[in-house]
Design a protein around this ligand. Structure first.
Ligand code: SAM
Length: 151
């Protein structure tokens, strides 16, 4: 089986500081159908499967008003990613691009961002379509796709 953290031809790893997650609070957990990276879509689709975002206390009250938006942004921590590549070969063919020219999960701070369709909120569960992360991925933030109070 291929190691999901293997280095491909042309990729460059650097000596990065010890990985640490200090300063972030995981406010929930994302439940999706995907158990491995290989089966997870590279980008979410708005006609993709229903996914459930579980909010942890004490943050559930923070969902108030979110139900008025059709599209929301979800930020999550791609917790199984390596973080030390500065160039990457997405197609495993030796052709590389810089990490910051890619939406790869492999980055020094592995934050994922998806705009998803909000289907509903029931208690501490936010149901959406459009995600592309592993089952159990930690949630960093939810926000509307636009400011509710701008003119
Ligand atoms: N839509 C987000 C973005 O653009 O920031 C993430 C895109 S990233 C290319 C999606 C890929 O990340 C998936 O296909 C899967 O291989 C990988 N992935 C998903 N969840 C992950 C996790 N929790 N840890 C590490 N890799 C993950």
């Amino acid at each position: 089986m291929t190691d999901i953290n293997e280095i491909r031809m042309g990729e460059v790893a650097v000596a990065s500081p010890q990985a640490r997650d200090a300063g972030l609070e995981f406010i929930g957990r994302i439940h999706t159908p995907w158990k491995t990276r290989a089966e997870t879509p590279r980008q979410g689709r708005l006609d993709g499967p229903l996914c459930r975002i579980e909010m942890f206390e004490p943050w559930v009250a923070g969902l108030k008003g979110l139900e008025t938006f059709e599209t929301i942004q979800v930020l999550y921590w791609l917790h199984q990613s390596r973080r030390d590549l500065v160039t990457q070969s997405p197609r495993s063919n030796g052709v590389t691009a810089g990490t910051f020219a890619l939406r790869s999960p492999v980055r020094p701070n592995p934050i994922g961002l998806s705009a998803v369709t909000l289907l509903g909120i029931a208690g501490n569960i936010v149901s959406v379509r459009g995600l592309d992360c592993l089952d159990g991925t930690p949630l960093i933030d939810l926000k509307p796709d636009r400011c509710a109070h701008s003119p």
